[in-house]
Write a protein that binds this ligand. Structure first.
Ligand code: IPE
Ligand code: IPE
Ligand code: MG
Length: 263
């Protein structure tokens, strides 16, 4: 049995994950449960995103990545896609000022060229308008798929090799990571998935190799500050070993290997 978290939760500010990534799932079921159209679930989900972004920033988390639309989601009914895109555009417009006020640096990853032109334009505007921020880096994964991310990185590197600018032997993990959509972002320390599903659904496959995974039955529209704290609290109780023994970790070896204090 998992121990019940204390109330109120006490988080150690020194041991917060540097990068939290969230698979925001369950909007449709949340709506269905209430007899609402799916879209109402997505609208409520946008409120959860707002709340979690705010709280992550307040806590001082460095990087927050939200899975908002997967490559596979393009196969949904056209009407749902249209309304999701409209919601996204409205959301970006509404949130820009608050992002700027709090120094949030906005970023989007995925096959963005597939998004409607007006959404691409809004993403570009939001990115540009927040680039000078010095606070949390907020990344939306849109039209994102982990396998496609890896494939496009392979293609980029293959082109470099073909052009004679890169030797195959020079392709190491760091160079590969630099060719992924997530270049410049640290690997996620904590991946949260809501709605009771125990899968990654093609999210950050390479990047999550050593992430701590947190699953909750809560549907995304019900996932707010309190649940977020619970996930962080749970994370802080885990022992991350990265393949070492606990004794090695305690001797400080991990910190030396990572070049930073363990988180
Ligand atoms: C997550 O909620 C949002 C997106 C994938 C866009 P869903 O729309 O997948 O909700 P469920 O899984 O059908 O409940
Ligand atoms: C994953 O949710 C994608 C996002 C949250 C954007 P899905 O609802 O698309 O995943 P599956 O189909 O249940 O695996
Ligand atoms: Mg779903």
């Amino acid at each position: 049995m998992k121990p019940l978290p204390p109330s109120p939760l006490t988080l150690d500010p020194a041991r917060l994950p540097r990068h939290v990534a969230i698979i925001m799932d369950g909007n449709g079921r949340w709506a269905k449960q209430r007899g609402y159209p799916r879209m109402r679930g997505h609208a409520a989900g946008a409120e959860s995103a707002r709340a979690v972004i705010r709280e992550a920033r307040r806590l001082g988390i460095g990087y927050l990545t939200l899975f908002a639309f997967s490559e596979e989601n393009w196969q949904r009914p056209a009407r749902e896609i249209r309304t999701l895109m409209a919601l996204l555009k409205r959301y970006l417009r509404q949130e820009l000022r608050e992002m700027q006020e709090h120094g949030i640096v906005f970023n989007a990853i995925g096959n963005l060229a597939r998004l409607p032109a007006d959404v691409q334009e809004e993403l570009r505007r939001t990115r540009e308008a927040t680039q000078n921020g010095s606070g949390m880096v907020l990344t939306l994964a849109l039209s994102y798929g982990g396998r496609s991310d890896i494939l496009q990185a392979v293609q980029t590197l293959a082109r470099e090799v073909q052009a004679g600018r890169l030797s195959p032997d020079e392709i190491d993990a760091a160079r590969f990571a630099g060719a992924l959509y997530t270049a410049g972002l640290p690997d996620p320390d904590l991946v949260i998935r809501t709605s009771g599903e125990y899968r990654l659904s093609n999210f950050l496959l390479w990047q999550s190799a050593y992430a701590e995974l947190y699953f909750t039955p809560t549907y995304w529209p019900d996932f707010r500050e309190e649940e977020f704290h619970r996930a962080l609290w749970d994370y802080q109780r885990r022992d991350r070993r990265f393949g070492l023994t606990q004794e090695q970790v305690e001797s400080g070896l991990l910190a030396r290997l990572l070049g930073a204090p363990p988180r």
